[in-house]
Design a protein around this ligand. Structure first.
Ligand SMILES: Cc1cc2nc3c(=O)[nH]c(=O)nc-3n(C[C@H](O)[C@H](O)[C@H](O)COP(=O)(O)O)c2cc1C
Length: 210
């Protein structure tokens, strides 16, 4: 199947059957998220992989009681940095220097530019920027899941503060942004499975300026 066929195959499954996703497929889905581009390469988020059924059971009631939370194989929680700090910025710049094996003046100037702006900004503004980066990784995970023939239901319908509390995220300087249950569709119980995919036309979406 071509990628576009796989994207047509995927949908936001409303029911999953509890079947486990092979670890190697899950690893590739997470790797796609890890490889996502982010602003200044800061990767200002972490991904929690919830395999534990009791933890999924705790999250379901604060996620609109959506059954995919408990009937998925693995529940991915994308959690963004609560703000940008000098330590977090320096960590990624130092990592870049270490991995590439050299320092570069332009890159160091860019580090100083970020250090003189992000940490001084309002934490909520920084969190919102970090959350956008988490969404890019989230989207790559959704595409990778489709590529693997695995279902993934994007979920914003949850109480982030409650999920933060369950997972102890705030103490780690993180805030939950979006959930992604990974698993397999339950065709016999999903009202959406046979409905035609609805998207606006390319003409309504795209403006070409020649
Ligand atoms: C950020 C985001 C949040 C979403 N939240 C939910 C959700 O909480 N529950 C749900 O059933 N679907 C959720 N969806 C699924 C969308 O409703 C669905 O992707 C959209 O209607 C297009 O349909 P399709 O994905 O099946 O092609 C969400 C999708 C996105 C991208």
């Amino acid at each position: 199947m071509e990628l576009l066929d796989k994207l047509k195959w995927r949908y936001a499954a409303k029911a999953m059957n509890g079947k486990k996703v092979p670890q190697e497929k899950l690893d590739r889905i997470i790797e796609a998220a890890r490889l996502a581009p982010t602003s200044s390469g800061l990767q200002p988020f972490e991904i929690y992989v919830i395999k534990n059924q009791e933890v999924k059971e705790k999250i379901r009631p604060v996620a609109w009681n959506q059954s995919v939370i408990t009937d998925c194989s693995d529940l991915l929680v994308f959690a963004a940095w609560d703000t940008y700090t000098a330590e977090r910025i320096n960590y990624m710049f130092d990592l870049t220097n270490k991995i590439r094996g050299f320092e570069n003046e332009g890159w160091e100037n860019y580090r100083q530019m970020l250090l003189s702006s992000y940490p001084q900004k309002d934490a909520e503004e920084n969190f919102n920027h970090a959350a956008k980066q988490a969404y890019i990784a989230f989207s790559q995970a959704i595409t990778a899941a489709a590529f693997e023939g695995v279902d993934a239901t994007p979920i914003e319908g949850f109480d982030p503060a409650a999920v933060d509390e369950i997972l102890g995220l705030r103490e780690k300087g993180l805030r939950s942004v979006v959930l992604l249950p990974i698993g397999y569709r339950d065709e016999s119980n999903d009202w959406l499975v046979n409905l035609v995919k609805v998207r606006k036309s390319t003409e309504d979406l795209v403006t070409v300026i020649e």
